[in-house]
Design a protein around this ligand. Structure first.
Ligand code: PLP
Length: 360
């Protein structure tokens, strides 16, 4: 589906929908103006919508997609969100709460009883699983069902899992949000966001929001993101396999005090991940003794790139505690995005850096 969805089957049509550089269109049936529609956006939306099982609306970036979803919360309404979650989402919610636009309530979504209790009275329940950066797993089917019973819209940021591991719309989520900047684009060369929904009215609302607020994707970005999507299944399969191998090797290293990867049989969320996901993702977090140890490790790496963001073909790493707002994570926690290099090469780099770290 990732390979074929969104192509035109008209005889003579280009195999790939090309980037359409147009600010406006001749009067006719569709199109009209470049802020309202673009054939390249549509091709990308058709493909991702097919993978998630809904209709997609592409935005300029993940934050714009989140902003569009949050715009559906009534004034003074309540949003429940995970303590451990994307920093940008939490920052956005904080800003909206500080300005009095809405109320934000943080919960540990991996604690099902706490999450189920928290959804009562909420208008929107924002979920992330695996969580970021601790890679905990929320019982998504259970929490989404509780949100629905409470009359709240459940929204899942599916950036880390991708539709290949889980399709939250099938559990009753009102919408799925993606930063396509990450695995979907997959090459660290674009920013793009998406909301996918099965709700016709919400789809219309999101389109209207995009047209009026102007958070539209560039046609080149949509083209590149679709090109990335075509290879997502093979990239992600390889990245997950390497992540699993690295998680095992890290667990066996004496300078690593904890490894968080839901694919590890010893991980506290392994059983839950197995039950609801068809893969464990390609993010691995692990802890070393102190922030100084973590910084020493990062500077000794030669192959793995020290950088924020994730989901590219290159392995990258960062100490999350370096960001204000990540006070809840251990100071020595490192989050790694596993790329497409050979597992032995990544491990050799990590093992060498761990050695430098301990001897420093
Ligand atoms: C990066 C990211 C976002 C924000 O997306 P942008 O494309 O950077 O705006 C949202 N959620 C998660 C999980 C992310 O990793």
């Amino acid at each position: 589906m990732a390979v074929v969805a969104g192509r035109s089957d008209a005889p003579g049509a280009p195999l790939n929908v090309p980037p359409t550089f147009a600010s406006t269109y001749r009067d006719g049936e569709s199109g009209l103006y470049g802020r309202w529609d673009n054939p390249t956006w549509r091709a990308f939306e058709t493909a991702l919508g097919a993978l998630e099982g809904g209709r997609a609306v592409a935005f300029s970036c993940g934050q714009a997609a989140a902003t569009a979803m949050l715009s559906t919360v009534p004034d003074g309404g309540t949003v429940v969100h995970p303590v451990d979650s994307y920093l940008g989402t939490r920052g956005l919610l904080r800003a909206l709460a500080d300005s009095g636009r809405l109320q934000a309530r943080a919960v540990d979504v991996t604690d099902t009883a706490q999450a189920v209790h928290a959804v009562s009275g909420a208008d929107l329940v924002w979920l992330e699983s695996p969580t970021n950066p601790s890679l905990g797993i929320a019982d998504l089917p259970e929490v989404i069902a509780a949100a629905r019973r409470a009359g709240a819209r459940a929204v899942v940021d599916n950036t880390f899992a991708t539709p290949l591991c889980q399709q939250p719309l099938s559990w009753g989520a009102a919408a799925v949000v993606h930063s396509a900047t990450k695995y979907i684009g997959g090459h660290s060369d674009l920013l793009l966001g998406v909301v996918v929904t099965g709700d016709e009215q919400l789809h219309e609302t999101l389109l209207a929001h995009r047209s009026s607020q102007g958070a539209i994707p560039g046609t080149m970005e949509a083209f590149l993101a679709l090109r990335g999507l075509r290879t997502l299944p093979v990239r992600f399969a390889r990245q997950q396999e390497t992540a699993g191998g690295l998680a095992v090797r890290l667990s066996g290293h004496r300078a690593v005090s904890a490894v968080r990867y839901p694919g590890l049989p010893t991980d506290p969320f392994h059983a839950r991940a197995r039950a609801q996901m068809s893969g464990f993702g390609a993010m691995v977090s692990f802890e070393v003794a102190t922030a100084a140890h973590a910084d020493r490790l990062v500077s000794a790496l030669e192959l793995v790139v020290p950088t924020t963001s994730l989901g590219g073909v290159e392995s990258s790493i960062e100490r999350r505690g370096r960001w204000p707002g990540e006070a809840h994570v251990a100071p020595g926690l490192l989050r790694m995005s596993v790329g497409l290099e050979h597992v032995d090469d990544v491990w050799a780099d990590l093992a060498h850096a761990l050695g430098v770290m301990t001897s420093g």
